[in-house]
Write a protein of this length. Structure first.
Length: 70
């Protein structure tokens, strides 16, 4: 129940952030340049961070598994 309320609060904050920051932002990365709204950029950055964190965890688990093998 508490987790559901917490998730609902986070979704509400994300919705409020999206409504208040609808301005268009220009993003340049190496040779790419595109324009999108700020909430999209923030969500993509969070998603990229989650993916990178999972990749590092998997890599660290493999490294520790190699060390434990005799």
């Amino acid at each position: 129940m508490i987790i559901g309320i917490l998730i609902l609060a986070i979704v509400g904050l994300i919705a409020e952030f999206s409504v208040q920051n609808i301005t268009t932002v220009s993003v340049s990365l190496l040779y790419w340049r595109f324009e999108t709204t700020l909430p999209v950029i923030v969500c993509l950055a969070v998603l990229l961070g989650v993916v990178m964190e999972q990749l590092v965890r998997q890599w660290m688990a493999r490294q520790s598994a190699k060390v434990k093998k005799p």
